[in-house]
Design a protein around this ligand. Structure first.
Ligand SMILES: NC(=O)c1ccc[n+]([C@@H]2O[C@H](COP(=O)([O-])OP(=O)(O)OC[C@H]3O[C@@H](n4cnc5c(N)ncnc54)[C@H](OP(=O)(O)O)[C@@H]3O)[C@@H](O)[C@H]2O)c1
Length: 266
């Protein structure tokens, strides 16, 4: 990664921060993007000279239009784009305000597509786009309908783009994590038990997968990989997914109780 330039969205916490930390440790120069300026600047300061804060809301397309150019001007080029910023509003779709559902799709799907398009002309030979999706994009999760749709859309976009780029010097890759121990859960009580049925990963484990994508140009990595295989089976055989769901939900509920107990929440 020595001398490579990366742009990472959602880089002030969780997976994005872990990715940025790994990239800087390996000698890359990293542009960090998130909305909350103070948190972002503190993260950039902690990462040191190799990092710089570019506060932005990825829903602001006028900013995304110029962002890759600004990063390339600051660091002398661009090699890696990691579309990682994401949001979720959990609950039955019928009970969500339409604005909340639209925000999920704009942040998780439209913004990465827009930023990929504006970044592509700036990516140098050997450049990589890594999109952070979710197991929920491989097999849809009830009470996370718009989120599942946004991540399935991001997966479809990435796979189609990878084909379009085949034979060029640029690659497009996808990382699809199961549950990851970050602030993304918010109020854990609202997270469907099904989500907790899969083993919990750390942000660092997901960052490892992102770094593998960048180095090896792997088309798609699920974290953990066995959960990815289970999700694929669930998508191909929806009747099987429906039959297994009660068992997975019981397992998830037990995992959730254990997770809360570890955090001292009753
Ligand atoms: N944690 C999980 O269980 C899990 C599982 C599968 C996939 N993922 C995916 O992994 C990605 C990262 O999640 P995480 O777990 O690391 O969550 P996190 O710790 O909550 O981090 C989310 C990051 O995205 C930024 N962000 C959110 N909305 C933004 C916007 N509109 N514009 C710019 N930045 C924005 C946040 O900063 P600001 O709020 O300051 O903007 C923060 O830096 C997401 O795409 C998520 O869908 C997470």
């Amino acid at each position: 990664m020595q001398g490579k330039v990366a742009l990472v969205t959602g880089a002030s916490s969780g997976i994005g921060l872990a990715v940025a930390r790994r990239l800087v440790a390996e000698g890359a120069l990293v542009a960090l993007v998130a909305r909350t300026q103070k948190t972002l600047e503190e993260a950039a300061d902690r990462l040191g000279e190799g990092a710089a804060a570019f506060p932005a809301d990825v829903k602001d397309f006028a900013t995304l239009q110029r962002l890759p150019e600004r990063v390339a001007a600051r660091f002398g080029g661009l090699d890696v784009l990691v579309n990682n910023a994401g949001v979720n509003h959990r609950g039955a779709a019928m009970e969500q305000p339409p604005e909340a559902l639209a925000e999920i799709v704009t942040t998780n799907l439209t913004a990465p597509i827009y930023l990929t398009r504006t970044a592509l002309p700036f990516l140098r030979r050997g450049g990589v786009v890594v999109n952070v999706a979710s197991l929920a994009g491989m097999v849809p999760v009830p009470h996370e309908a718009a989120y599942s749709a946004s991540k399935a859309g991001l997966r479809a976009f990435t796979r189609a783009l990878a084909e379009e780029l085949r034979g060029s010097e640029i690659a497009a890759c996808l990382v699809s994590p199961g549950p990851v121990d970050t602030g993304f859960f918010g109020d854990v009580a609202h997270v469907p038990d099904l989500v907790f049925s899969q083993p919990m990963s750390t942000a660092e484990q997901v960052a490892d997968a992102v770094l593998t994508c960048i180095r090896e140009r792997s088309p798609e990595i699920a974290v953990p990989s066995l959960s990815g295989k289970l999700a694929t089976a669930g998508y191909v055989f929806p009747a099987l997914a429906r039959a297994l769901r009660p068992w997975l939900e019981r397992r998830g509920a037990a995992n959730k109780r254990a997770y809360l107990a570890r955090r001292g929440v009753s």
